[in-house]
Design a protein around this ligand. Sequence first.
Ligand code: AMP
Length: 234
Amino acid sequence: MPDVPVGQAGFGCRAGNAPLKDRRFGPRGAREGHFGPPGAVSRATGRGQPPDMPHRAFIGVGSNLGDRRANVAEALARMAEIPETRVARTSSLYESEPHGVAKNLFVNMVVELETDLSAVDMLSRLADIEDQMGRKRAKPKAKPAPAAKGKAAKAPAKKDVSRLIDLDILFFNTEVVNTPKLRVPHPEIPRRRFVLMPLAEVAPQLVHPETGLTVSKMLATTEDRKRVVLMPPR
Ligand code: AMP
């Protein structure tokens, strides 16, 4: 597995095993032009991307168990090995207070990928990485028994979101996907400072295809008050 450095906005590395077709985005400004307002989405192709361009995906990475930095670095190295995929940019690492009842602080980062895979195929590759790294998937819960007559139903227990590694597709071009297995853009983006801070580092002008808000604007207006701090490089 290649040794991929983390915390370096702007570094690039190619997937070793299956070269991405030799296509390049233009200069940075031109690349961001593909993330225009909602009307710019190509509904005909569903890709929001010219046909000869690779897809551009932003992946949220998080870990709050074990050696968190090492887990994030390993996930990045594994993403670099996804076929037809290239790591274009990475954010710095951030340490963040957990949402829910988890106790350990998370280490988070955002990775920008260029890929020829579809969003669904990318999701499946990311799930493979989570599984290979030993993440245990929650079993689907049995339906709670109905409350006894005259008694209030039990409030659902707060979710412990602790995990060795969590990989989420945040954005995939300007696609909007709403299926039971995949929702893109990830619906929690506007409520997660731990996503918005690293995302703002790599793509501040990225536009949410449903709300029309840039990442910078979402960060400035989010109601999430959980602490997120930039981690010093090691
Ligand atoms: P999580 O607890 O966040 O790891 O949730 C994993 C589940 O969320 C998987 O079963 C996915 O099918 C589903 N899911 C829906 N949308 C997304 C997305 N944008 N990125 C990652 N997982 C997603």
